[in-house]
Design a protein around this ligand. Structure first.
Ligand code: OFO
Length: 163
């Protein structure tokens, strides 16, 4: 019963990673069209990473003989108003991922499922790193007193550090 709860949530996490990959790919396309070239590369790279995160969970479930179930109904059309809006939405998305990872890790630890807990520890550290990067970018956007014109400078100078 409890093991099922852990596997169900791991499967949910797999779908969240898949969703993130598509979300960041869409963000990359938007940035490219709007000429924010480094931001576009940044999100493309993140999209590829999220896919790897999904595959890692997929392989873990297969290894423990659990059938991964891909959810094809989680997608919806999403609009972006500005580059700032995009980074805010990416940060909110990562916070949501972190909450879910912490939630599953907590259940796994309490249930003494140390194999799953150990597996998830990689995600805990990864989330910390990714949230930090997005928060730094958002803080810098505020500091730069963002507008479309100076974002191009920001894109060239600052974002190049993260691609
Ligand atoms: Fe995989 O969600 Fe962040 O990294």
């Amino acid at each position: 019963m409890n093991k099922n709860k852990i596997n169900k949530n791991l499967n949910n996490q797999l779908n969240l990673e898949n969703y993130s990959s598509n979300l960041y790919l869409q963000m990359s396309a938007w940035c490219n069209i709007e000429n924010y070239k480094n931001a576009s590369i940044f999100f493309k790279k993140n999209s590829e990473e999220e896919l790897k995160h999904m595959e890692k969970i997929f392989n873990f479930l297969c290894d423990i003989n659990i059938l991964p179930i891909l959810n094809f109904n989680i997608y919806f059309k999403i609009n972006f108003n500005s580059i700032q809006d995009i980074f805010k939405k990416a940060y909110i998305n990562e916070k949501k991922i972190t909450r879910n990872i912490n939630y599953i890790s907590n259940i796994a630890f309490k249930k003494r499922d140390f194999k799953t807990f150990h597996f998830l520890s990689w995600y805990i550290l990864k989330q910390n790193e990714e949230e930090k990067i997005l928060k730094t970018i958002l803080d810098n956007l505020k500091f730069f007193n963002y507008n479309n014109k100076n974002f191009l400078i920001f894109d060239n100078l600052f974002l190049s550090k993260y691609i």
